[in-house]
Design a protein around this ligand. Sequence first.
Ligand code: XMP
Ligand code: MG
Length: 182
Amino acid sequence: MDPDIQEILIDEQQIARRVAELGEQISRDYAGRPLALICILRGAVLFVADLLRAIRVPVTIDFMAISSYGNEAHSSGVVRILKDLDDPIEGKDVLIVEDIIDSGLTLAYLLENLRSRRPNSLEICVLLDKQVPRQVELPVRYTGFTIPDAFVVGYGLDYAEKYRNLPYVGILRPGVYSEARR
Ligand code: XMP
Ligand code: MG
């Protein structure tokens, strides 16, 4: 285990099993409807790569990069698009794939933004749902895991761009970051 990790929350096998289940569920729900996945960069990259291979219906993938104003621990809900989708989504069945939902502000902004492009349907799939009071209620259709209110890294999630390569999701040792996160 990486010495900066205090505790492994979700190990590789658990992730693989859950992603396979999500893939089956999504394949059932979208049977007969081509699906357009939107991966939110950068945290959802590992998740979407595994999920994509677990989906058994025709599927496309596009990417969007956003950055939240404010510090890394608290999103402000004011989101800047760093990279927009390459393709239009009008009339498509769209599934947003995100790494984690915390306050919900980031996804609320994305939903509103994407909804204005008139997709046929728009749903959300998150790997991790942090158990904190939502600042906005959101219809999350697919959730990988519910996790406690801790700062987590690994399997795509970073702290200062590090730890994305860890094959598991773990809680970062508090000594690694000096400032209080919450
Ligand atoms: P909101 O509060 O807008 O936050 O739902 C979602 C975004 O905040 C980041 N985030 C985290 N990133 N470990 C991370 O690596 C975490 O524990 C964590 N909590 C929130 C993430 O970028 C997500 O898109
Ligand atoms: Mg980050």
